[in-house]
Structures are given as structure tokens and as C-alpha cells.
Design a binder for this molecule. Sequence first.
Ligand SMILES: *[C@@H]1O[C@H](CO)[C@@H](O)[C@H](O)[C@H]1NC(C)=O
Ligand SMILES: *[C@@H]1O[C@H](CO)[C@@H](O)[C@H](O)[C@H]1NC(C)=O
Ligand SMILES: *[C@@H]1O[C@H](CO)[C@@H](O)[C@H](O)[C@H]1NC(C)=O
Ligand SMILES: *[C@@H]1O[C@H](CO)[C@@H](O)[C@H](O)[C@H]1NC(C)=O
Ligand SMILES: *[C@@H]1O[C@H](CO)[C@@H](O)[C@H](O)[C@H]1NC(C)=O
Ligand SMILES: *[C@@H]1O[C@H](CO)[C@@H](O)[C@H](O)[C@H]1NC(C)=O
Ligand SMILES: *[C@@H]1O[C@H](CO)[C@@H](O)[C@H](O)[C@H]1NC(C)=O
Length: 604
Amino acid sequence: MVLLMVIQLSDVVVSIKEYYPDERDALMQLRDIVNSTSNLHANWTGPPCYYNQSRWAGIACSNWHVTRLVLQGIHLTGSLPPAFLHNLTFLTKLSFTNNSLHGPLPNLTNLLHLEFLFLSDNHFSGSIPLDYIQLPKLSKLELQHNSLHGPIPPFDQQTLTLFNVSYNHLGGLIPETRVLQRFPQSSYDHNPDLCGTPLGIPCSVSPPPPAGIAPSPSPIPPPFPSKDDKKRNLELWSIVLIVAAAILVPLSVMLVFVCYYRRVRGKEAKGDQPSGESNGEEAKRKPHWSESREDPERTVELEFLDKETPVFDLDDLLRASAEVMGKGKLGTTYRATLDSGPVVAVKRLKEMNILSKKDFVQQLQLLGKMKHENLVQIISFYYSKEEKLVVHEFVPHGNLFELLHENRGVGRVPLNWSTRMSIIKDIVKGLTFLHQSLPSHKVPHANLKSSNVLIQRNNQSCHSKLADFGFLPLLPSRKSSQKLAVGKSPEFSQGKKLTYKADVYCFGIILLEVITGMIPGKISGGNEETVDDLSDWVRTVVNKDWSTDILDVEILAANEGHDEMLKLTELALECTDMAPEKRPKMSEVLTRIEEIERVDKEDD
Ligand SMILES: *[C@@H]1O[C@H](CO)[C@@H](O)[C@H](O)[C@H]1NC(C)=O
Ligand SMILES: *[C@@H]1O[C@H](CO)[C@@H](O)[C@H](O)[C@H]1NC(C)=O
Ligand SMILES: *[C@@H]1O[C@H](CO)[C@@H](O)[C@H](O)[C@H]1NC(C)=O
Ligand SMILES: *[C@@H]1O[C@H](CO)[C@@H](O)[C@H](O)[C@H]1NC(C)=O
Ligand SMILES: *[C@@H]1O[C@H](CO)[C@@H](O)[C@H](O)[C@H]1NC(C)=O
Ligand SMILES: *[C@@H]1O[C@H](CO)[C@@H](O)[C@H](O)[C@H]1NC(C)=O
Ligand SMILES: *[C@@H]1O[C@H](CO)[C@@H](O)[C@H](O)[C@H]1NC(C)=O
């Protein structure tokens, strides 16, 4: 058996968790094949066991092993997957009493610890497997009220204290073992073809013992655990200890390094000009947009949107040291450090040359009025025929894309669930505000993607702000709009009219990205294969069986939040619905998320 270990970092505390994947897989088979009134699909997620506890309905554990499987009266329908119990070798109790299961009784080979087997009040058919007489610890067996046929096998386990096969279609002689003889008539009643001493019905013609069930001379298998298993347990534990030691030491070193690295990197230049700051002269190199200065058609100076902000002029901006922060489809963004100290971000828009000054100024003045803690504040802008600049606040700690996907692998500090949740809420708040403030816009944001969610860290928490919003009206053609995130929406691909629901779609994609840790458009497993229509990606990621396996391993490992994640996945699926009118409004999304959070808190 493979021992799976998941390492979780929370601050500096390192704990090692394990569970047995074979046992989990066995339960997954069951979960996915039967229907019931209690939603196992949503409940059976994450690891089944945590030490001696389980968060799964109907499951009990001991030392990380599943020991009880009890699902009674929840309208389970379907037939049990063949052999699914083989790997649940530590099971002591199995009960599916009072459901609607059909098909053959389960094969219990290997279940040497099984004491209680309750399968009454179902629609099981076929015969009682001969193997059941080999269960060494079987103490209670209830099979009444099913549709079982054939003879009763010669049970003779001394451990057996309760036995009931009434209300079936069993036939033949009740085997004359000592154990079976001691149960009363009611254990056998209502089987029209059954005869023998307990029922007080003599068999008219003594039937020959059916082939294969002559009382076996060989004794019951040796009790469990066998030597082999003790040895195996020992091996497991020594592996755990060795691996733990091997990991703990380098990990703490790594942690220190990562913290240091993060801090330093925050201050360092990113992008193309990493050496810019090391040399004072170099740092003051002329920024790329300086040629605009010489543009005779230049019509306005830097225009400030808020008279309260410290004002600088174009000359200041041109003198500032600039580093490329990112190259997007709309243009390149620079980080500019003004001589007087402040740091701002400058976006140099490309391909907007045919844009009139009036349209540009109007739109930027409108966007500059958008003041919200989850929106990047636009400070000023500049228009000339050749050059269009937008100056906005500088948000220091990168973006959500980097946070989710960079440094995957050894040494990465996992992005925990509560941080992810707070980032999601920030996005929703920012977007809701935009949707309420720009009702005249077809698509108020139009370029929502994880790289446009900027991150500001305060101590442990992350605050996020949306960037790059409101540019759709500035783009002249369908071809140029395609570059925006909304260009990936189904309605765009189908050539339909865009509405604010295209933003909701983009939000749904981000939500899935946060939950799964996958890069949108990148099919996992496939090398660099990308899909243009993200709805294909959604369908690939979230297939029929999404409930556990899509979660980012990084958060799956932690015990927290599985409920929330699954409910959010459902929400994400609604947001990414192919039909825009079926997607919820952002204000509704906010309510739903707060609701999900509240319910989860009450549960704890
Ligand atoms: C599953 O349901 C049980 C109660 O039926 C609840 O206590 C438990 O928290 C749920 N677990 C998950 C992972 O939802
Ligand atoms: C789990 O239960 C077993 C007995 O069933 C006990 O020996 C063990 O100490 C328990 N472990 C924990 C962590 O409670
Ligand atoms: C069987 O389950 C149903 C609910 O599914 C419940 O109403 C009923 O009382 C149960 N019957 C017995 C005998 O437990
Ligand atoms: C479970 O329910 C779904 C939809 O309600 C149905 O399509 C499927 O056939 C059911 N499966 C079983 C085993 O009854
Ligand atoms: C039980 O686990 C083994 C080892 O992982 C696996 O090969 C086998 O398919 C599993 N059996 C069942 C019935 O799932
Ligand atoms: C149960 O499974 C075991 C192992 O796969 C097999 O040897 C045995 O024949 C099966 N029993 C029945 C009744 O199918
Ligand atoms: C066996 O089950 C039937 C039906 O539920 C019940 O009436 C009878 O009392 C049971 N007999 C024993 C011995 O448990």
C-alpha cells in the first residue's frame, strides 16, 4: 500500500498528514455509482480519515483507517460496485440497512475484521456468497427483507450472535451447523422454500448438499493482524519518520530563505530591466515613452483626476526611473519612481492611435471617478496623437496569477484557503462596485483575469485591487476587443452582443483558477496546449466527477474549507454558464459567497 503524505505549512508549524489512498478510492467508487438523498458527492471530499476522526458522513476511522461504513435509510439506489470493499480491509462495521440497493450482495473477501454486516431492507438479489462463512469475526448478520435466492451457506462462526435472513426467497435445508441451529424461527421466516429444524418444517426429500458448500474441513483463516501486516505497519512508520526528518530540516531552512527572498523581491525590479536599480546613473535612464515629448501634436499636459494627489508634471515623469512591470495585450506597464519619491505605475496604451482626444479624455475622467478600495486608482493620464499614457497607483506585491502559479514545486509557500477566500471577496466587491457605477457600459471591466488582480500584502493578509478596467469603449474594432479577457467568452466567440454578464463569466474563470490552481486555457497533462475558448477549459477541468479531484492539491491537503470550495465550484459553474442570461449578477454573487461563508462558520 502506498503511503501518501501531504505536507502542510501554516506559519512555521509543519504537520504531516497521511491517509490510505486505496481506501479513499474504494469509497469514491461507491460515491460515484450510487444515488442518495444525502449528497455524498459534496460531503465525501478531502481525506476520509484524520487520525481517529472522519468528516465524511457515515464513515468512522481509527488510526487513519476506515473502520465503519454506515449509510442507513438515505435512499441509496443503484447496485454496489463489484469488489469495491476489497481494499477497506480494516472495516469492522458495514451497514446499508433500509435503502434501495439492488444487484448481488457485496464481495467481502479480505474483510477479516468485519463484525457487523447489516444489509437488510434493500433489493439485493442472487445468493448469499459462500465466502461469508469465512469472515472470522462476524458477529451480527442481517439480510432480511431482500430478494435473495438459493441455499443458506453453512455459517459456523462461534462469534455469531445475531442472524436474520427472513423475508427472502431462500430455499433448501437450513445447514445443520451448531451455530445456525441456535437461532429462532423468526431468523428464517418468510422464505417459502426453506426447511429444517429451526423452522419446524421437515424437508420432504432431503436435498443433496449443493455443490461447493459442504462444511469446509479447513478452519477459519488466522485472526488478523498477521505478522506480515505488523511488519508492514512498522515499515510505514519508519518511512514516515525518515521522510519527516528529511523534510523538516531543509524545510525550515527553505522557509527562512523564501521569506527573505519574497521581501527582497518585493523591492527589486521585475521584468526586463532587473539591473536598472543597481546603478544610480543607469536607473535614471530615459523611459521608453520619452519620445512623445517631441511630438508636436501633443495636446494636453498630464491631466490629474484628483486635485488632492501630489501633482507632478510630464517632465517629472520623463525623468523618473522606469522599469517594465508587465507587457499586456493593451500595452506595457512601467513602474516609475519619481525623483520626489512617489512610485506610480504608468500604462502605455498601444494601438489606440485612431482614438479621438475627446473620447479618451471623457472615458479616463469617468474611470478616474471610480474610487473603491478594491479598484486600482487612476491618478492621471496623458494624450497625444502618438502616445496615450494612464498613470495609476502602484500596487506593490505582484498579482494573483503570480501568487497562484509561480514557484510551484519544492519550497513554495502554499496559498492557504482563507487567503484565497479573501482575495475572491475583494474581486467580487470591486467588480460589484464597477457594475453599479458604470451601468452605461456594455461590459464595465471587460479585462478581468488573474494577472489584473493586483496584490497588496498587509502583514499576513492580502488585499487585492482590480486593474485594467473600462477600456472596452476605447477599442475601435472587434479584432482589438478580442485581446481583452471578454474576448474569451462564449458570446464573443459566437459573435453575439456582449453584456455585463461577460464580466461574470471572466469572474467564474478566476474562481475556478483559484479553486483548482490550474492555469486557464492550459489543459493539464497536455504540454503547452492551450484552448482559446475558455468554456472548453471549464468543461475539461470540471467534468462530471468534480467534487474532490479538481481542488488544488495545495488546499486539498489542509483540512479546512472543503465545503466552501465545493459550493464555490458550483457558483463558478453558474458564472461560466454558456448562456449569459443564466449567469448570476455580481451583487447576487456577493450575497451567495457571504452566505456560503456564514454557513461554513456555523458548522464549525
Ligand atoms: C459531512 O456531513 C457531516 C454530517 O452529515 C458533517 O458533520 C461533515 O462536516 C460533512 N463533511 C464535509 C466534508 O462536508
Ligand atoms: C485512536 O484510537 C486508538 C484505538 O482505537 C487509540 O489507540 C489511539 O491512541 C487513538 N489515537 C488518537 C490520536 O486519538
Ligand atoms: C427507513 O428510512 C426512511 C427514510 O429513508 C425512514 O423514514 C424509515 O423510518 C426507515 N425505516 C426504518 C425501519 O428504519
Ligand atoms: C442517479 O441519478 C441520476 C440523475 O438523477 C440518473 O441519471 C442516474 O441514472 C441515477 N443513477 C442510479 C444508479 O440510479
Ligand atoms: C486495491 O488497491 C490496489 C493497490 O492500489 C489496486 O491495485 C486495486 O485495484 C484496488 N482494488 C480495488 C477493487 O479497487
Ligand atoms: C470475491 O473476490 C475474490 C477476489 O477477487 C474472488 O476470488 C472471489 O471469487 C469473489 N467471490 C465471489 C462470490 O464472487
Ligand atoms: C428478523 O427480522 C424480522 C423482520 O425484520 C423480524 O420480524 C424478526 O423479529 C427478526 N428476527 C430476529 C431473530 O432478529
